[in-house]
Every structure is written in C-alpha cells, then in structure tokens.
Ligand binder design. Structure first.
Ligand code: ISE
Length: 343
C-alpha cells in the first residue's frame, strides 16, 4: 500500500511537531504539503522534506490532488471553514482541539459529517492515547473498581502565552479533563461550576488563576479539577479515580530518580505538554494514519475522538465559561445524539 500523502496546515509549535513525528516516527505517511499564514515558516519546514510543497491558501491545500488526508494545527477560529472543506473534498482530517470555537459551528460540522455517512473527522484529544490513561480505561472497562464514583484531577502549566485570558483556562486547558471524563466514564457531563479562589499574585493582572472546576455526569458522578496555569514550576497532569472497590492514580510523572551529586537526589521536572504527552501524540498519529489507510475498506477514517466528542467538549466549555462569569452552577445544553443518525 502506498504512503498516505498528508497536508499539515499550521506549522507553529504544534504543527511543526506533527510534521516531525510524521516524517520521522510514523510509518505509512509522507508530508506532501505544508501551509501556514507565515509563509517563510512553511517554506523553511518544506525545505527539509523531500518532495514537500508549500501551498499558500489552506483551502487549496485541502483540495490539492497530492493530498489524501489533512492535519489541522491552524488557529481555532479557522477550523470550521477548513473542516467543511475537508468534508466537501472527502478528505480525512485530524483536527487539533478545539473542533471549532463555538457550540453552533461544532454542531454544524457534526451534522455535515453525519450527512455523508462516513467518519472523516478525528479530534486531537491526545490524552486518550497516553499509556496511563489507556490502562486506567481498560481497568475501568473490566470493572476492576466496581462502580466508578469520583475523579480528582490536577492540571498545572508552568506558564501560558500572553494571549491567555481566564476563559482560555476553561476552553484550552480544562477541555482536556472534559474529554478525559467523557472517555473514562462513557457518559455526558451535565453540569459544571467554576470556583474562583484567591488568584496567584504571580499571574498576569486580571487572570483568574487558579480555577477549580466541579463537574457532574449524567449518572451523578463527581469530577473536580484544579487548574493552575501560571505555577512557574513545571507541567503536571494527574488524575485519581475513586470507585466502589478501590482507587487508581496516574500522572505521577517522576521518571528516573537519581542519587548523585553529594547529598542530593531527584529527577527532572517535565517542562510542558509536548514532553509529557509526546508518546501519546505518536500513538495517536500512528493509529490515525493506519485507520485512514484502511478507511476505504472499513468506511471509517478515524480511530479516536470524533466530531461528536469535539462538539460535546465545546458545549461543556461554553457552560464552563458562563459559570466562570456568573459563579453559578450551569447546566450543559446539548442536542440529543440519537436525533443525528451517524453522529
Ligand atoms: C494547551 O493548549 C494544551 O492543549 C495542553 O495540553 C494543556 O495542558 C494546556 O493547559 C493548554 O494550554
């Protein structure tokens, strides 16, 4: 079978990382086209890949005859147009979160894909491919903990870009725990409340950081998340599941502990999510490439979170932002999945 010819749209930090994994660690794929709104950046990346071209317009890149599938690492506000173009040209697409930046356009994408009767859109919630999350999910599915009851999560970043505001802590960071909750518990989140503890004096002025999110699922399970994105220390993502018959903890992320220089012991602090979830991204991409190559036979070009998962995350985050502003617990408003056959 010939290699999958991939266009990577958006070659900022994340997109460039994806180009590098596709060209060096993933089998069965070749990057044939790159695109970025900063042309020089795209040219620089293309120059390092034999046979790779720069196409200046993202919609032309999607339509190009040398492109079988698309990776979207472009800014969120451009996703809906680009996803609809992928659907129009029947090109499988792995879209970095968010699916789109608002609930309505996410739902529109879900509907348009469902009308085609083929799954073409996968959303880049990479934690589902992290070995520890996968192991926790297998134990849950094997009912090792009896009935799962509670999830306690910690999500800390050393720092965030200057463009980050308080609502982005919900839409850009908490969105991962929203997806993890739905993945682990296999049910929708029905309400969310964001608490605003005393802010970190070291956070940029006006940013509510940390935040505490409290979510409830359809069957009444409780999820709490500490979000703290200006710790100045390191990247930490921890999850503890508590069930009827015991508990499990993942994300200790200690790696090798060395006793070395006189009188010291210790290890490395993980600096960011690209390091912490590097393996998860690799597994995600390999499974996506394999699924797309098998898609003509299976009729499904995905192996992971779907457009519906992207829509559900958008709906929970929209309720989260409302709660951040009002302080109240907010019910999540979502359409009935059964009303969209194929979603
Ligand atoms: C970032 O955009 C990500 O997606 C990371 O996975 C997340 O941990 C971080 O908080 C976000 O800012």
């Amino acid at each position: 079978m010939s290699d999958l010819r991939v266009a990577v749209l958006g070659v900022g930090i994340m997109g460039a990382d994806h180009v590098s994994r596709l060209t060096s660690r993933i089998s069965g794929a070749t990057v044939t086209v790159v695109n970025d709104f900063i042309t020089e950046k795209a040219e620089q990346i293309a120059a390092g890949i034999p046979g790779c071209r720069v196409i200046g317009d993202p919609l032309d890149a999607i339509a190009d005859a040398d492109v079988d599938a698309v990776v979207l690492a472009t800014p969120g506000p451009t996703h809906d147009k680009q996803l609809l173009a992928c659907l129009e040209h029947r090109k499988p697409v792995l879209c970095e979160k968010p699916l789109t930046t608002d609930v309505e356009s996410s739902l529109e994408v879900v509907r348009r894909e469902a009308e085609l009767g083929t799954r073409l859109i996968q959303v880049g919630f990479m934690r589902r491919f992290d070995p520890e999350y996968m192991q926790l999910k297998s134990l849950l599915d094997a009912e090792e903990f009896g009935t799962p009851l509670v999830l306690h999560c910690v999500h800390r970043n050393p720092a965030v870009p200057p463009s980050f505001d308080s609502s982005m802590i919900v839409k850009d960071s908490l969105v991962h725990e929203v997806d993890v909750t739905r993945f682990l518990f296999d049910e929708e989140i029905t309400s969310i409340q964001i608490l605003r503890p005393a802010p970190n004096p070291g956070a940029p002025v006006g940013i509510q950081d940390p935040q505490i999110a409290i979510m409830r699922t359809a069957s009444g399970k409780h999820v709490d998340v500490e979000l703290f994105v200006t710790t100045g220390v390191g990247y930490e993502v921890r999850t503890e599941l508590v069930g009827e018959n015991g508990s499990a903890f993942i994300g200790l992320d200690v790696g090798l502990i060395r006793k070395g220089a006189p009188g010291t012991w210790g290890g490395q602090i993980t600096p960011g999510f690209r390091e912490r979830f590097g393996l998860a991204y690799d597994i995600e991409f390999q499974r996506w490439v394999d699924a797309v190559r098998a898609g003509a036979a299976t009729g499904d070009y995905t192996d992971g979170p779907t457009a519906w998962d992207g829509y559900a995350a958008a709906a929970v985050c929209a309720a989260g932002v409302e709660s951040l502003n009002s302080g109240d617990r907010v019910e999540v408003s979502m359409v009935d999945r059964a009303a969209i056959p194929g979603a």
